[in-house]
Design a binder for this molecule. Sequence first.
Ligand SMILES: [Zn+2]
Length: 411
Amino acid sequence: MAKKAASWSLACDRCGTRYPFGPLVHGCPACAEKGTIGVLEAEFRPAKKPQALDKRKGPLGLERYRDLLPGGDGKDWISLGEGGTALIPSRHIGPELGLRQLYFKNESVNPTWSFKDRFVCVSINVAKSCGFRRIVVASTGNLGISVAAYAAAAGMECMFVAPRGTSATILEEARRYGVRVIVTSAERRLPVLEDIVRTGAWFPIGLFLRRAVQNPFGIEGYKTFGYEMIEQLGRAPGAVLFPCARGNGLYGAYKGFKEALANGWSDSMPALIGCQPAGANSLEVSIERGSEDAVELPRVSTLAASATETVSSDHALRAIRESRGTAASVTDAELLEATYKLLREGLSIEPSSALPVACLKTLMKRRALPADAPVVCVLTATGLRWPVETPKSVPPVIEVGDNEPVERYLK
Ligand SMILES: [Zn+2]
């Protein structure tokens, strides 16, 4: 008898229709025919029980969990060493708040300095295994640069559609990888992406449906958040705080924790907590209103530029509810303060990534954090692409003249 092979498929969240695994980048075809939007989800049926997390070989990172991810199993898997990021105990913020087990998952040490590398690595490998040679992405920064880097490594052509106003630093960083950059208005961005994808030759890393949905392949890369935290702590944390625009990272991590629970690799599910900027807090508003679907809010602009969206994903909302988590939001001033506090921990990260730390105080007041279990703040990206003003409290630059002794400045 032939050996049973592991299989991947896609299933619609709304109508339940199943599809063979493939580049269904327009959502569920059956739902589309009825004029609705169905989000597809990748589903995995392993041939045999997967190996326990702590019995695996090699360092932490996506490669360690290859058998649990889609994207082909050949030797030509493209990796830049993503994942396996440090989990750092807080030395100042936690003790000051009375949180004894506060940790930071520092995603700025990924190959292109953000958590998007987990998402893009799997997406690119899926695109490649489906025979695509061209990749297109619409992004405001981190995602676009990550795609540019992985496309270069994979020898694929790449197009990056950015909104007008994107900083020159980001556009130049992307261009250095050899990608073609298109700049257009924020409104034209998704129609442009859609026109490119409709030619059939370009694989979109993000999706362009009217409602915010995620790329079902990349989400699988985010499952590794769950695996890694369990391995690093020897248990599942009590709570995990994510900065959320749509909440794909949060949802992917939830999926990873759920798999770990089902496979007996951990014995609890952490509370997943979505942290957003005030005004772009679709998750918090949806929970307050008891809404089944994520509520759409008017467009605002905040300091957390890469976490400011009008609507979050229904999946993220569901993950929060199913894990008995919650959502919170903060003002720009609170966010800036948290960004500065993280510098005191030795961590230079972008303001959006400071959302979890900024939300800690409110969450403690609401008694939403466990006192006797690890609490993990995921810091999603580097501070280099979105520099903040230098805090007034830091020492000024000292100008030493050519013949002037330096000793006078050492007191
Ligand atoms: Zn459907």
